[in-house]
Design a protein around this ligand. Sequence first.
Ligand code: ADP
Ligand code: MG
Length: 139
Amino acid sequence: MTERTFSILKPDATERNLTGKINAMIEDAGLRIVAQRRIRLTEAQAKKFYEVHKERPFYGELVAQMTAQPVVVQVLEGENAVARYREVMGATNPADAAAGTIRKAFAKNVGENSVHGSDSQENAKIEIAQFFTEADIPG
Ligand code: ADP
Ligand code: MG
């Protein structure tokens, strides 16, 4: 089924000029970038986005990292896009990520791991709505 997922190219990726290389891996995986914008996340936006992790010891560091440099927020579309993108991203910790994945290729460490991708269709809808309206996503 064709569906959408939400993606962020994180500060460690934009800082190293990896936007194009990561987008090529996304497109080569059969996912279409149907909306994309480069923005600087505010602290409030980053805190809200990662609210589920607020009790974790790395929350403060994560919010600091996510606001340190611009990010690229994206909507990806394709067959089973949520699961497909998680596959292409690879494991959260690049030490555990499979060969050929974005995180294996580019992530610096478990925190600065280059990309975010939604973990469910429900969260994809919620996350997309935090940054895009339907008018931003041409059909
Ligand atoms: P994922 O991004 O693969 O869905 P999680 O939802 O578990 O991973 O975590 C969200 C983000 O929090 C990770 O992508 C990473 O940037 C950061 N993070 C997760 N675990 C750790 C950790 N043990 N130490 C530092 N940062 C972490
Ligand atoms: Mg997650």
